[in-house]
Design a protein around this ligand. Structure first.
Ligand code: FES
Length: 170
């Protein structure tokens, strides 16, 4: 009686076998597609490349413009993207690396861009936007947020920059 209950009918055997073989074949076809879809995400350091930009000894208390390129990985598309940073040492000797992209409508800001009327400030020529040396937006001018900061690290006397990291209003 008990032995009879555990018997597998021909129909059940075929069902199990075909389900197993079908599942195995489906997995074999799907795995390469899944791997292809997520490969860029799994790549080590995707989007987090740090680029050597300057020697620490050449960075002064006056903001200087440094240009560099970074490998941009956008899903399956890789390209070299030019970047610019305003870099200086603050009163404590800490390095500050600011994005030049205006927080109003995205024009490029320049240190002392309007030296005559607004000395020692970042100036955006598009709509007369102003930022203090720290990158803080000057109230009463169009930008509503401070300039973004670059992700940075210093190794063996060299400054490396990566992506910008947005910051809240200061
Ligand atoms: S884009 Fe800079 S002030 Fe408008």
């Amino acid at each position: 009686m008990e032995e009879r209950e555990h018997r597998v009918s021909r129909r059940q055997f075929l069902t199990y076998t075909l389900t197993g073989v079908g599942g195995f074949m489906a997995a074999g076809m799907l795995m390469p597609m899944v791997r292809f879809a997520v490969d860029p995400v799994l790549k080590k350091g995707a989007g987090e490349e740090m680029v050597a930009v300057a020697q620490v000894k050449e960075i002064t208390t006056t903001p200087q413009r440094f240009e560099f390129t970074i490998d941009q990985v956008d899903a399956w598309h890789e390209s070299e993207e030019p970047r610019t940073a305003w870099v200086y040492k603050d009163s404590k000797g800490e390095i500050v690396a600011l994005s030049p992209i205006c927080k109003h409508l995205g024009c490029t800001v320049n240190w002392n861009g309007d030296k005559k009327n607004h000395p020692n400030r970042f100036f955006c020529p598009c709509h007369n936007g102003l930022y203090e040396k720290s990158g803080k937006n000057v109230p009463g001018t169009p930008p509503m947020a401070p300039l973004d900061l670059f992700h940075m690290e210093v190794k063996k006397g060299t400054l490396y920059l990566g992506n910008v990291k947005p910051r809240g209003e200061v």
